[in-house]
Design a binder for this molecule. Structure first.
Ligand SMILES: *[C@@H]1O[C@H](CO)[C@@H](O)[C@H](O)[C@H]1NC(C)=O
Ligand SMILES: *[C@@H]1O[C@H](CO)[C@@H](O)[C@H](O)[C@H]1NC(C)=O
Ligand SMILES: *[C@@H]1O[C@H](CO)[C@@H](O)[C@H](O)[C@H]1NC(C)=O
Ligand SMILES: *[C@@H]1O[C@H](CO)[C@@H](O)[C@H](O)[C@H]1NC(C)=O
Ligand SMILES: *[C@@H]1O[C@H](CO)[C@@H](O)[C@H](O)[C@H]1NC(C)=O
Ligand SMILES: *[C@@H]1O[C@H](CO)[C@@H](O)[C@H](O)[C@H]1NC(C)=O
Length: 358
């Protein structure tokens, strides 16, 4: 058996082994310069954002959840009250700087004619009512746990494509492994390492690198949380509904092009889920909150810090000369998938990339 016989969720399998050296070269040449350009843009844009940022409302909190992969955690309230929903995380391993641990959290909210209302939010069993802290906690969990799950299969999938020379999927091998390598091992990473920040730009989030890897080992938060559930409670045009329809579209295209069925779910995460999740998350760029979920308030400097991080990390960052979006790749598999996705949502189809690029 070769290592590529199964596609496994392994975020830390990102070393530059001989067969993927060309992908590291391509990444350093085409994708990594974007980080420096983006850094300048992030600083300037964040200065502008300081004038338009506003405190998060209940609508922002629920909107964020409903339009990102957090939607997969939405359940109708356990006591069956109609129009009331819960999002509960039981056993989280994420740590923030300053010795803070996010062990669990639970949000209960109501939707109805009068808009949405957050009824209750608890973190580590303690009720939190400050909307900025709620938003910050959800953002923290989303990007470091839920969103990271869309990255998990990528290393293994890329190694499979390279080792088996799957020509139809060549564009899906770009950047992902080097990106994970930089995030987990380089001093340029935006994640804290032993509580240390990037040596160069000193930007970065509040989450500790080791805890991201530990949290990523447990996929059980996804079990039974298939998009089907949210599709039923939110309808076919919700984020979750569109994800489910995209998966069906991908399944048809994978069959049509004779791609091994075992690549379906990893490809789904690697292409569609990953990019539309970034896109959904970056819609809330005007919300003012501190990146550290335990910060009591959000100073101007913290708001700026948050914006820089969000522009750098959450907003899609592609080299315009080599964007690797489906629409830009003139090859049968990607064009076919792009056409199918356009029927579901043209805007969504436009942002989908062939691999985890940012
Ligand atoms: C959440 O974490 C707190 C603190 O560790 C604990 O006391 C509480 O029982 C936990 N709640 C759930 C639902 O697991
Ligand atoms: C983090 O910073 C401390 C103090 O500056 C240093 O001793 C330690 O080696 C650093 N850790 C890492 C992993 O770079
Ligand atoms: C940005 O915020 C994070 C989280 O609070 C913090 O760890 C980091 O040091 C801040 N960055 C700068 C440059 O102050
Ligand atoms: C994984 O997470 C689930 C809850 O999401 C928890 O019940 C289980 O104990 C965790 N498993 C490990 C090995 O930590
Ligand atoms: C977020 O999702 C909800 C419900 O699915 C939708 O009504 C709303 O328009 C979305 N908001 C944005 C900004 O996309
Ligand atoms: C990733 O794929 C797995 C199955 O391979 C699936 O259970 C999971 O829901 C996917 N992750 C996301 C974030 O959609």
């Amino acid at each position: 058996m070769t290592r590529t016989s199964e596609i496994l969720p392994r975020i830390d399998d990102c070393d530059c082994t001989p067969s993927v050296q060309h992908l590291f070269r391509r990444h350093y040449l085409l994708q990594s310069p974007m980080y420096y350009i983006r850094w300048l843009y992030a600083v300037l844009y964040s200065l502008y954002l300081l004038f338009v940022l506003r405190a998060p409302t209940d609508t922002d909190i629920v909107g964020y959840i409903e339009n990102t992969t957090m939607a997969m955690l939405i359940r109708p309230a356990t006591d069956g009250k109609s129009g009331e929903y819960e999002v509960t995380v039981y056993d989280c391993k994420l740590c923030a700087s300053g010795g803070h641990k996010l062990k669990n959290m639970s949000l209960r909210y109501k939707t109805g004619k009068n808009g949405v209302q957050v009824l209750r939010f608890t973190r580590n069993g303690v009720e939190v009512s400050d909307r900025s802290q709620i938003f910050s906690t959800i953002y923290f969990y989303h990007i470091h746990s839920m969103h990271t799950k869309s990255h998990l299969f990528s290393n293994s999938l890329v190694r499979h494509i390279v080792d088996n020379d799957v020509k139809a999927l060549q564009e899906s091998s770009y950047t992902s492994i080097p990106l994970h390598y930089v995030l987990l091992h380089s001093s340029l990473s935006v994640l804290e390492w032993d509580g240390n920040m990037s040596r160069y730009f000193r930007y970065g989030g509040a989450c500790i690198r080791e805890s991201v890897v530990e949290e990523s080992r447990n996929m059980s938060a996804m079990e039974g949380h298939q998009a089907v559930h949210s599709w039923k409670s939110h309808g076919k045009d919700s984020f979750a509904g569109k994800l489910l329809r995209s998966r069906l579209a991908l399944q048809v295209v994978v069959e049509r092009h004779g791609i091994a069925p075992k690549l379906l779910d990893p490809l789904f995460n690697h292409t569609i889920v990953h990019s539309v999740d970034h896109h959904g998350s970056s819609e809330w760029s005007r919300v003012r909150f501190s990146l550290h979920p335990w910060d009591k308030d959000c100073s101007t400097y913290q708001a700026f810090n948050t914006s820089v991080f969000r522009v750098l990390i959450t907003q899609p960052n592609l080299n315009p000369l080599a964007p690797n979006t489906l629409r830009s790749i003139n090859k049968p598999f990607y064009q076919d998938l792009y056409r199918e996705l356009k029927n579901i949502d043209p805007q969504m189809a436009g942002v989908v990339t062939a691999s985890v690029m940012y």
